[in-house]
Write a protein that binds this ligand. Sequence first.
Ligand code: MG
Ligand code: MG
Length: 301
Amino acid sequence: MQDGAGRMGCEMGPSALRTAGLVEVLSSLGHAVEDMGAVQAIPVRRVVHGNLALKALPEISAWTSAIAEAAYAASENAMPIFLGGDHSISAGTVSGVARRAAETGRPLFVLWLDAHPDFHTLDTTASGNLHGVPLAYASGQPGFSGYFPDLPAAVDPKRICTMGLRSVDPAERNALNQVGVTVHDMRAIDEHGIAPLLRAFLARVSDEDGLLHVSLDVDFLDPSIAPAVGTTVPGGATFREAHLVMEMLSDSGLVSSLDLVELNPFLDERGRTATLMVDLTASLMGRRIMDRPTRSHSGSF
Ligand code: MG
Ligand code: MG
Protein backbone atom coordinates (compact mmCIF):
# COMPACT_ATOMS: atom_id res chain seq x y z
CA MET A 1 0.00 0.00 0.00
CA GLN A 2 1.03 3.58 -0.55
CA ASP A 3 -2.06 5.60 0.35
CA GLY A 4 -0.53 6.76 3.63
CA ALA A 5 2.44 8.53 2.06
CA GLY A 6 2.45 11.91 0.40
CA ARG A 7 3.62 10.50 -2.91
CA MET A 8 3.25 7.32 -4.89
CA GLY A 9 5.79 4.54 -5.24
CA CYS A 10 5.90 2.64 -1.92
CA GLU A 11 3.55 0.07 -3.42
CA MET A 12 6.59 -1.21 -5.34
CA GLY A 13 8.62 -1.64 -2.14
CA PRO A 14 8.00 -5.36 -1.61
CA SER A 15 8.93 -6.11 -5.23
CA ALA A 16 12.22 -4.27 -4.83
CA LEU A 17 13.02 -6.08 -1.58
CA ARG A 18 12.31 -9.42 -3.25
CA THR A 19 14.41 -8.42 -6.26
CA ALA A 20 17.25 -7.43 -3.92
CA GLY A 21 17.23 -11.03 -2.70
CA LEU A 22 15.59 -10.89 0.71
CA VAL A 23 14.30 -14.46 0.65
CA GLU A 24 17.58 -15.88 -0.69
CA VAL A 25 19.68 -13.99 1.86
CA LEU A 26 17.57 -15.16 4.80
CA SER A 27 17.59 -18.73 3.49
CA SER A 28 21.38 -18.64 3.13
CA LEU A 29 21.61 -17.74 6.82
CA GLY A 30 19.82 -20.98 7.63
CA HIS A 31 16.32 -19.67 8.18
CA ALA A 32 13.24 -21.42 6.85
CA VAL A 33 11.50 -18.68 4.89
CA GLU A 34 7.98 -18.64 3.57
CA ASP A 35 6.97 -15.76 1.29
CA MET A 36 3.29 -15.33 2.06
CA GLY A 37 2.64 -12.88 -0.76
CA ALA A 38 0.51 -9.76 -0.50
CA VAL A 39 -2.17 -9.09 2.09
CA GLN A 40 -5.51 -8.81 0.33
CA ALA A 41 -7.52 -5.63 0.71
CA ILE A 42 -10.94 -5.81 2.33
CA PRO A 43 -13.97 -3.74 1.33
CA VAL A 44 -13.78 -0.10 2.29
CA ARG A 45 -16.56 1.34 4.44
CA ARG A 46 -17.50 4.97 4.49
CA VAL A 47 -15.63 6.89 7.21
CA VAL A 48 -15.97 10.63 7.64
CA HIS A 49 -13.81 12.67 10.01
CA GLY A 50 -13.84 16.32 11.04
CA ASN A 51 -10.19 16.82 10.07
CA LEU A 52 -10.62 17.55 6.38
CA ALA A 53 -6.87 17.22 5.74
CA LEU A 54 -6.99 13.43 6.26
CA LYS A 55 -6.17 11.49 3.10
CA ALA A 56 -7.48 8.01 2.28
CA LEU A 57 -8.89 7.42 5.77
CA PRO A 58 -11.45 4.77 4.68
CA GLU A 59 -8.82 2.88 2.67
CA ILE A 60 -6.26 2.88 5.46
CA SER A 61 -8.79 1.92 8.06
CA ALA A 62 -9.72 -1.10 5.93
CA TRP A 63 -6.07 -1.98 5.28
CA THR A 64 -5.35 -1.78 9.01
CA SER A 65 -7.99 -4.44 9.69
CA ALA A 66 -6.65 -6.73 6.99
CA ILE A 67 -3.00 -6.28 7.97
CA ALA A 68 -3.68 -6.72 11.70
CA GLU A 69 -5.41 -10.02 10.96
CA ALA A 70 -2.50 -11.16 8.76
CA ALA A 71 0.07 -10.08 11.36
CA TYR A 72 -1.74 -11.95 14.10
CA ALA A 73 -1.89 -15.11 11.98
CA ALA A 74 1.73 -14.87 10.82
CA SER A 75 3.13 -14.38 14.32
CA GLU A 76 2.09 -17.81 15.53
CA ASN A 77 5.34 -19.76 15.98
CA ALA A 78 7.17 -17.65 13.40
CA MET A 79 8.91 -14.32 13.08
CA PRO A 80 7.01 -12.23 10.54
CA ILE A 81 8.81 -9.67 8.40
CA PHE A 82 6.37 -7.14 6.96
CA LEU A 83 7.30 -5.48 3.69
CA GLY A 84 5.84 -2.04 3.05
CA GLY A 85 4.43 -0.12 1.71
CA ASP A 86 4.32 3.15 3.56
CA HIS A 87 4.53 3.27 7.35
CA SER A 88 0.77 3.20 7.82
CA ILE A 89 1.03 -0.61 7.46
CA SER A 90 2.41 -0.57 11.00
CA ALA A 91 -0.98 0.41 12.41
CA GLY A 92 -1.90 -3.12 11.40
CA THR A 93 1.37 -4.97 12.00
CA VAL A 94 1.92 -3.62 15.52
CA SER A 95 -1.68 -4.08 16.61
CA GLY A 96 -1.67 -7.62 15.19
CA VAL A 97 1.49 -8.72 16.98
CA ALA A 98 0.33 -6.90 20.14
CA ARG A 99 -2.78 -9.07 20.14
CA ARG A 100 -0.57 -12.16 19.79
CA ALA A 101 1.72 -10.99 22.63
CA ALA A 102 -1.24 -10.30 24.91
CA GLU A 103 -2.56 -13.82 24.33
CA THR A 104 0.79 -15.37 25.17
CA GLY A 105 1.02 -13.24 28.31
CA ARG A 106 4.25 -11.47 27.39
CA PRO A 107 4.72 -7.70 27.19
CA LEU A 108 5.35 -6.27 23.73
CA PHE A 109 8.07 -3.68 23.27
CA VAL A 110 8.48 -1.59 20.11
CA LEU A 111 11.69 -0.12 18.69
CA TRP A 112 10.77 2.59 16.17
CA LEU A 113 13.71 3.45 13.88
CA ASP A 114 12.63 6.55 11.98
CA ALA A 115 13.34 10.22 11.33
CA HIS A 116 9.77 10.82 12.52
CA PRO A 117 7.87 9.51 15.53
CA ASP A 118 4.64 8.92 13.53
CA PHE A 119 2.82 9.93 16.70
CA HIS A 120 0.10 12.16 15.28
CA THR A 121 -3.53 11.47 16.01
CA LEU A 122 -6.25 11.90 13.40
CA ASP A 123 -6.96 15.27 15.01
CA THR A 124 -3.40 16.64 15.14
CA THR A 125 -2.00 15.76 11.71
CA ALA A 126 -1.83 18.80 9.45
CA SER A 127 -0.47 17.02 6.38
CA GLY A 128 -3.21 14.40 6.59
CA ASN A 129 -0.78 11.70 5.43
CA LEU A 130 -1.67 8.72 7.57
CA HIS A 131 1.83 7.21 7.62
CA GLY A 132 2.24 9.80 10.39
CA VAL A 133 -0.16 8.11 12.84
CA PRO A 134 0.56 4.37 13.25
CA LEU A 135 2.55 4.51 16.49
CA ALA A 136 -0.05 6.73 18.15
CA TYR A 137 -2.81 4.35 17.09
CA ALA A 138 -1.02 1.18 18.18
CA SER A 139 -0.24 2.65 21.60
CA GLY A 140 -3.86 3.58 22.24
CA GLN A 141 -3.74 7.36 21.89
CA PRO A 142 -7.14 9.08 21.78
CA GLY A 143 -9.29 9.87 18.78
CA PHE A 144 -8.99 6.70 16.68
CA SER A 145 -12.11 5.02 18.01
CA GLY A 146 -14.78 4.62 15.35
CA TYR A 147 -12.35 5.50 12.55
CA PHE A 148 -9.67 2.83 12.84
CA PRO A 149 -10.41 -0.75 14.01
CA ASP A 150 -10.80 -1.21 17.76
CA LEU A 151 -7.47 -2.19 19.33
CA PRO A 152 -7.43 -5.66 20.88
CA ALA A 153 -4.30 -4.77 22.86
CA ALA A 154 -2.56 -1.40 23.00
CA VAL A 155 1.22 -1.23 23.35
CA ASP A 156 2.20 0.49 26.61
CA PRO A 157 3.88 3.77 25.53
CA LYS A 158 6.48 3.22 28.25
CA ARG A 159 7.58 0.12 26.35
CA ILE A 160 8.23 2.09 23.15
CA CYS A 161 11.65 3.44 22.17
CA THR A 162 12.11 5.70 19.15
CA MET A 163 15.56 6.20 17.65
CA GLY A 164 16.84 8.51 14.95
CA LEU A 165 14.23 11.26 15.26
CA ARG A 166 15.04 14.57 13.62
CA SER A 167 11.66 15.82 12.42
CA VAL A 168 9.02 16.09 15.16
CA ASP A 169 5.92 18.28 15.09
CA PRO A 170 4.96 20.15 18.29
CA ALA A 171 1.80 18.08 18.87
CA GLU A 172 3.86 14.90 18.61
CA ARG A 173 6.53 16.22 20.96
CA ASN A 174 3.94 17.02 23.61
CA ALA A 175 2.23 13.65 23.27
CA LEU A 176 5.49 11.67 23.37
CA ASN A 177 6.57 13.44 26.55
CA GLN A 178 3.18 13.14 28.17
CA VAL A 179 2.81 9.38 27.77
CA GLY A 180 6.42 8.47 28.47
CA VAL A 181 7.76 7.15 25.17
CA THR A 182 11.57 6.82 25.28
CA VAL A 183 12.97 9.18 22.65
CA HIS A 184 16.55 9.03 21.40
CA ASP A 185 16.76 11.73 18.77
CA MET A 186 19.78 12.19 16.49
CA ARG A 187 21.33 14.57 18.99
CA ALA A 188 21.26 11.88 21.68
CA ILE A 189 22.87 9.45 19.24
CA ASP A 190 25.57 12.03 18.43
CA GLU A 191 26.26 12.73 22.09
CA HIS A 192 26.23 9.23 23.53
CA GLY A 193 26.70 6.89 20.60
CA ILE A 194 23.92 4.58 19.52
CA ALA A 195 25.14 1.44 21.32
CA PRO A 196 24.62 2.43 24.98
CA LEU A 197 21.16 3.82 24.20
CA LEU A 198 20.07 0.62 22.51
CA ARG A 199 21.75 -1.58 25.13
CA ALA A 200 19.72 0.07 27.91
CA PHE A 201 16.46 -0.49 26.05
CA LEU A 202 17.27 -4.12 25.25
CA ALA A 203 18.06 -4.72 28.92
CA ARG A 204 14.54 -3.57 29.77
CA VAL A 205 13.00 -5.90 27.20
CA SER A 206 15.06 -8.78 28.53
CA ASP A 207 14.27 -7.99 32.19
CA GLU A 208 10.54 -8.22 31.50
CA ASP A 209 10.90 -11.28 29.24
CA GLY A 210 9.30 -9.21 26.51
CA LEU A 211 8.74 -9.63 22.80
CA LEU A 212 10.23 -6.95 20.56
CA HIS A 213 8.77 -5.53 17.38
CA VAL A 214 11.22 -3.50 15.28
CA SER A 215 9.88 -0.98 12.78
CA LEU A 216 12.51 0.23 10.32
CA ASP A 217 11.59 3.27 8.22
CA VAL A 218 14.02 3.90 5.34
CA ASP A 219 14.33 7.52 6.48
CA PHE A 220 16.01 6.37 9.71
CA LEU A 221 19.04 6.14 7.44
CA ASP A 222 20.91 9.15 6.11
CA PRO A 223 19.62 10.04 2.63
CA SER A 224 23.16 9.88 1.26
CA ILE A 225 23.13 6.09 1.74
CA ALA A 226 19.37 5.51 1.34
CA PRO A 227 17.85 7.87 -1.21
CA ALA A 228 14.72 5.80 -1.97
CA VAL A 229 12.29 7.50 0.37
CA GLY A 230 9.76 10.27 -0.09
CA THR A 231 10.43 11.93 3.26
CA THR A 232 14.18 12.54 3.25
CA VAL A 233 15.57 14.42 6.23
CA PRO A 234 19.33 15.12 6.34
CA GLY A 235 21.44 13.91 9.24
CA GLY A 236 20.25 10.32 9.64
CA ALA A 237 21.94 7.17 10.88
CA THR A 238 25.17 6.22 9.15
CA PHE A 239 25.83 2.90 7.44
CA ARG A 240 27.74 1.60 10.44
CA GLU A 241 25.30 2.94 13.05
CA ALA A 242 22.47 1.14 11.26
CA HIS A 243 24.37 -2.13 10.99
CA LEU A 244 25.45 -1.89 14.62
CA VAL A 245 21.80 -1.57 15.68
CA MET A 246 20.94 -4.66 13.66
CA GLU A 247 23.91 -6.64 14.99
CA MET A 248 23.04 -5.79 18.58
CA LEU A 249 19.43 -6.76 17.95
CA SER A 250 20.63 -10.04 16.52
CA ASP A 251 22.87 -10.73 19.52
CA SER A 252 19.98 -9.99 21.88
CA GLY A 253 17.79 -12.70 20.39
CA LEU A 254 14.78 -10.63 21.44
CA VAL A 255 13.28 -9.54 18.10
CA SER A 256 9.99 -11.26 17.34
CA SER A 257 8.75 -9.25 14.34
CA LEU A 258 10.03 -6.65 11.88
CA ASP A 259 8.69 -3.97 9.53
CA LEU A 260 10.65 -2.77 6.49
CA VAL A 261 8.76 0.33 5.35
CA GLU A 262 8.74 3.45 3.21
CA LEU A 263 11.01 2.06 0.51
CA ASN A 264 10.07 3.92 -2.68
CA PRO A 265 11.89 2.21 -5.56
CA PHE A 266 10.89 5.00 -7.94
CA LEU A 267 13.33 7.23 -6.05
CA ASP A 268 16.13 4.67 -5.73
CA GLU A 269 19.48 4.65 -7.51
CA ARG A 270 19.99 1.29 -9.20
CA GLY A 271 18.51 -0.57 -6.23
CA ARG A 272 21.06 0.57 -3.68
CA THR A 273 18.50 1.39 -0.97
CA ALA A 274 16.66 -1.90 -1.45
CA THR A 275 19.99 -3.73 -1.25
CA LEU A 276 20.92 -1.86 1.94
CA MET A 277 17.57 -2.73 3.54
CA VAL A 278 18.16 -6.40 2.69
CA ASP A 279 21.71 -6.24 4.08
CA LEU A 280 20.45 -4.65 7.30
CA THR A 281 17.86 -7.38 7.61
CA ALA A 282 20.63 -9.94 7.12
CA SER A 283 22.58 -8.37 9.99
CA LEU A 284 19.50 -8.54 12.17
CA MET A 285 18.95 -12.16 11.22
CA GLY A 286 22.44 -13.34 12.07
CA ARG A 287 24.91 -12.38 9.37
CA ARG A 288 28.13 -11.34 11.09
CA ILE A 289 31.62 -10.19 10.17
CA MET A 290 33.35 -12.41 12.74
CA ASP A 291 32.11 -14.65 15.51
CA ARG A 292 32.24 -12.84 18.82
CA PRO A 293 32.49 -14.34 22.26
CA THR A 294 29.43 -13.56 24.36
CA ARG A 295 30.35 -11.31 27.26
CA SER A 296 28.39 -11.22 30.47
CA HIS A 297 29.97 -7.92 31.51
CA SER A 298 31.70 -5.07 29.77
CA GLY A 299 35.13 -3.75 30.66
CA SER A 300 37.59 -5.58 28.47
CA PHE A 301 37.69 -5.17 24.71
MG1 MG B 1 7.75 6.45 9.57
MG1 MG C 1 9.83 8.65 8.62
